[in-house]
Design a protein around this ligand. Structure first.
Ligand code: EPZ
Length: 420
């Protein structure tokens, strides 16, 4: 396993380009199963989660070619039974359920495990698919689904923590080939859901309302191949913007979509960070003394849970007290004990973290636990005095394309080493 060796104290400067969005490309790759024809997906980030999804598609019989950041998929013949061990390794693999039901009217997919940020149930996925006429049994750790006559329905998909992103994706991908009209109420509004709908419509689906809480899908009999360029990764852009502010540098983030980052840019400005839009670039630097801000994570277009850990590091280097409340995942504070090793002063009270910021941080060996927590630890290491070693960075490689190279390109003293 690799580690990242980081020497803190260097403000980031220069330009960095955002890669394609992990959380858009995973359901879009799954959606290619809905047609036997050739699909070409561009601006695909080279991530281990993408490699996993490609292995899953191949295990179902798809022919997949990867060339640089372009993936070509053809699935003339596919089977509905996923490889148990492969599928259970990645949460995002649950989104092959919808397309397999849409294409084959049957599927057997392993129940995705939880992960360190929370239980991550799939009850809403199953509720939505059942509403479309699917019979579902959970047997030997597999979701065994059959839908001989998949038909449209009106479905309320909101859960106790609000909408479900991949649940909305799954229902949409089954509904596109169902008989009749499906209306999803309390649908997730994330840009990644909209990007999936754009790709499905390019394949001949008839989806309206994506990006709003009500999505309408008019079922069609067949979908054809299509080409699609994935939207840029808003969470990667947010991560770099926060890193620039934490290290007191000035960077230009190229290819970001500011309209996908409303809540993040708003909170950064409130915290005393200047963000200037120049075409599809964002120029980020501190605008003077940083100010503590309170944050509550919400479904889109609220503050994204995937940027919570990174923002906590900014608050840890800001004089004053901030309260960060995590309303989406019950276990998403795994980064707090590791940040404490660097000298942060953060107390957890239920769903909230109380950050007493402004104390100087000093480097230490720390352990990554999940994707976004790892990013937070790397950002903290870049501002902590001395050397920080972040272990188990395979978590990071799941969701950030060449992050150490990109950060070195911005002047960070960071290198990938074998685990210490
Ligand atoms: C997607 O996960 C993202 N992953 C997550 O990004 C992101 O944090 C999350 O959406 C929220 O924005 C991908 O797109 C691959 P949810 P997803 O269903 O779809 C509860 C990252 O770091 N829920 O929107 O699995 C759930 O427990 C990852 O890139 C149910 O109760 O998340 C959570 O509390 C982490 N029942 C809330 O809803 C269900 O059936 C939101 O989960 C499904 C979800």
């Amino acid at each position: 396993m690799d580690s990242l060796l980081i020497r803190g104290g260097t403000p980031l400067h220069g330009e960095v380009t955002v890669s394609g969005a992990k959380n858009a490309v995973l359901p879009i790759l799954a959606a290619t199963l809905l047609t036997a024809e050739r699909c070409v997906i561009r601006r695909v980030p080279r991530l281990s989660d993408v490699t996993f999804m490609v292995q899953i598609l191949r295990s179902l019989g798809a022919e997949v070619a990867m060339e640089g950041n372009t993936i070509t998929v053809e699935s003339p013949q596919i089977k509905g039974v996923g490889d148990y061990d492969l599928i259970r390794k990645m949460r995002g693999s649950i989104c092959i359920l919808g397309p397999l039901l849409g294409r084959l009217r049957e599927a057997s997919v392993s129940l995705p495990g939880g992960c360190v940020i929370g239980l991550r149930p799939v009850d809403l996925h199953l509720k939505g698919l059942r509403a479309l006429g699917t019979s579902i049994e959970v047997r030997n750790g597999n979701i065994v689904a059959k839908a001989p006559d998949l038909r449209g329905a009106e479905i309320f998909l909101g859960g106790r923590s609000g909408p479900t992103v991949l649940g909305t994706a799954n229902v949409m991908m089954a509904a596109v080939l169902a008989e009749g009209v499906t209306i999803i109420e309390s649908a997730a509004c994330e840009p990644e859901v909209t990007d999936l709908a754009v790709f499905l419509n390019a394949m001949g689906a008839r989806i309206t309302g994506a990006g709003s809480p009500t999505i309408t899908i008019q079922g069609v009999s067949k979908l054809h191949g299509a080409e699609h360029e994935v939207i840029p990764d808003r969470i990667e852009a947010a991560t770099f913007a926060i890193a620039a502010a934490v290290t007191n540098g000035e960077i230009t983030i190229k290819g970001a979509r500011a309209e996908h980052l409303g809540a993040v840019l708003d909170k950064l400005r409130e915290a005393g960070v200047s963000i200037e839009r120049k075409g599809t670039s964002l120029i980020v630097k501190r605008a003077g003394k940083l100010r503590p801000v309170d944050i509550t994570t919400m479904p889109y277009s609220g503050f994204p849970t995937d940027a919570q850990a990174q923002m906590m590091v900014l608050m840890a280097v800001t004089e004053g007290t901030s309260i960060i409340t995590e309303r989406i995942f019950e276990g998403r504070f795994m980064h707090v004990p590791e940040l404490a090793r660097l000298g942060t002063d953060i107390a957890i009270e239920g769903p909230s973290a109380i950050v007493k910021g402004g104390k100087p941080l000093s480097g230490a060996p720390i352990m990554a636990s999940d994707l976004r927590a790892s990013a937070a630890l790397v950002i903290a290491g870049m501002v902590a005095e001395g050397e920080t070693v972040v272990n188990r960075i395979y978590h990071l490689d799941r969701g950030y394309e060449n992050i150490d190279e990109k950060l070195r390109g911005l002047g960070a003293q960071i290198e990938r080493v074998a685990e210490r």
